[in-house]
Design a protein around this ligand. Sequence first.
Ligand code: ZN
Length: 131
Amino acid sequence: MEQIRIKTSRSCEFLDITSSIENVVRKSGVKSGICYVFVPHTTAGVTINENADPDVVKDIIMELDKIVPLKDNYLHAEGNSAAHVKSSIIGCSQEVIIEENSLKLGTWQSLFFCEFDGPRSRSVWVKVMGS
Ligand code: ZN
């Protein structure tokens, strides 16, 4: 397993981590298999979406903010319930097929680390399986 370290700079942001994950796959030497990407945090997530127009990510963040308001009658005393809820909506893992020692992503797809309670130091765990 490989660990990627990330420093986020905003309370809510999506960071394109595709090249970091691609480096792990290349180093592994695996030609054909699966890359499993796991975020070990309860107020962050990982998703795959469009990398060409940065407005797509902005729209996703805007809509998540509408679905999950920052302030509500939340019970969790830490005060970051919205971040926990967004983390569960997005999810904490993704799998991508590996072919020819490379991530098999669509033309416009990237892997995004999703920060919902930053800025923080974060980790992403990557497991490459195959041969
Ligand atoms: Zn909390």
